[in-house]
Design a protein around this ligand. Structure first.
Ligand code: OMP
Length: 271
C-alpha cells in the first residue's frame, strides 16, 4: 500500500487509528480458550467489530512468538484474514528487527514477502546497512524507532551526540538512505512535547504513535504538534481497546473504545 492510499483511507474513515493486536491468553475471555485457535478467534472477532473504525492493525510479534508454532500460525492466519477481507487496511508487523544486511534481508522477506505485511518495525541501532534491505521492498514501509514511549527512551535516545540528540541524528541521517521515501518513524505519544521539533526534521513522513490508552499519552497534544499536511499519523492503542471487556461482549466493548478514539480523531480532522 502507498502512503497516498493510506491517506485516502484516513480521510474516508475519518480515522487514523491503529489497533494493536497484542494477544495474551491470560487476558482474553475464558470461553475462547476452549476453541482450537483462541488467538485467531480473538483477533477475528476484534477485526470484525472494529475494521470500519481504524485504518491499521499492528500485531506485536512477541505475543505470537511466545506461544511457539501455534502462535506463529495464528499470526499467519490473522494477516491472511486481513489481506483477504480488508485489503484497504494498513498492516504493521511490530517485530523491531534489524541485523547485518544479509540477515536483515531475510527478516524483510519473512514479514513483507512471506507474511505479506505492509510494513515492519525496525531498530536503527545497527545503522544504514541493517535498515536498507527493508527499504528495498516496493510499496512496503519500514517503521524505524526514533523516540520511543517508554522511560528507557531517555537512556540513549535523548542523549546528545556531536551536538544533537541521538533521536534527531537517527531522523536526519536516515533521510539520506536509499529508498528513504519508504521510511516511517515510531514516536511515543507519551512524548508529545517533542513532536514540533521532530516535524521540523521530517515534515511529511508518517509517524506510528503508540502510547495512547494504557500508557497515558494524550491524543490531542500529539495531533496538535505531530499532524502533517497529509495527516501523517497512525495512533496506536492495544490493551486500551482489545481488553475493554473480558466477557462474551469483548468485541463490542473493543468497538466502543475504538469508536471513542475515532470520534476524537474526526473532530481533529474536521478542524
Ligand atoms: P499498549 O500500551 O497496550 O497500547 O501497547 C502499545 C504497543 O506499542 C505495544 O505493542 C508496544 O510494544 C508498542 N510500542 C510501544 O508501546 N512503544 C514504543 O515506543 C514503540 C512501540 C511500537 O513500536 O509499536
Amino acid at each position: 500500500m502507498t502512503t497516498q492510499e493510506l491517506t485516502v483511507q484516513i480521510k474516508k474513515k475519518n480515522s487514523f487509528l491503529c489497533i494493536g493486536l497484542d494477544v495474551d491468553l491470560n487476558k482474553i475471555p475464558k470461553h475462547l480458550l476452549e476453541l482450537e485457535d483462541p488467538i485467531f478467534e480473538f483477533n477475528k472477532a476484534i477485526i470484525d467489530a472494529t475494521h470500519h473504525l481504524c485504518v491499521a492493525y499492528k500485531p506485536n510479534t512477541a505475543f505470537y512468538e511466545a506461544y511457539g508454532i501455534k502462535g506463529w500460525q495464528a499470526l499467519e492466519k490473522t494477516i491472511k484474514y486481513l489481506n483477504t477481507n480488508h485489503p484497504e487496511i494498513f498492516t504493521i508487523a511490530d517485530a523491531k528487527r534489524g541485523d547485518i544486511g544479509n540477515t536483515s534481508t531475510m527478516y524483510a522477506k519473512a514479514f513483507l514477502e512471506d507474511l505479506a505485511f505492509d510494513s515492519v518495525t525496525v531498530a536503527p541501532y545497527m545503522g544504514k546497512d541493517s535498515v536498507e534491505p527493508f527499504l528495498a521492498f516496493k510499496n512496503k514501509h519500514t517503521i524505524m524507532l526514533a523516540l520511543t514511549s517508554n522511560e528507557g527512551a531517555f537512556d540513549f535516545q535523548t542523549k546528545t551526540v556531536e551536538g544533537k540528540e541521538l533521536y534527531k541524528q537517527v531522523l536526519e541521517t536516515s533521510k539520506s538512505w536509499k529508498n528513504s521515501e519508504n521510511l516511517m518513524y515510531v514516536v511515543g505519544a507519551t512524548k508529545a512535547e517533542y513532536f514540533a521539533d521532530i516535524r521540523k526534521i521530517i515534515p511529511n513522513n508518517f509517524l506510528l504513535v503508540p502510547g495512547v490508552g494504557a500508557q497515558g499519552g494524550n491524543l490531542q497534544d500529539v495531533c496538535k504538534y505531530g499532524m502533517s499536511e497529509n495527516v501523517g499519523l497512525l495512533i496506536n492503542s492495544s490493551r486500551g481497546i482489545i481488553y475493554a471487556s473480558t466477557e462474551k461482549d469483548f468485541a463490542q466493548a473493543a468497538a466502543t473504545k475504538a469508536k471513542d478514539l475515532q470520534q476524537q480523531m474526526e473532530v481533529v480532522l474536521n478542524n
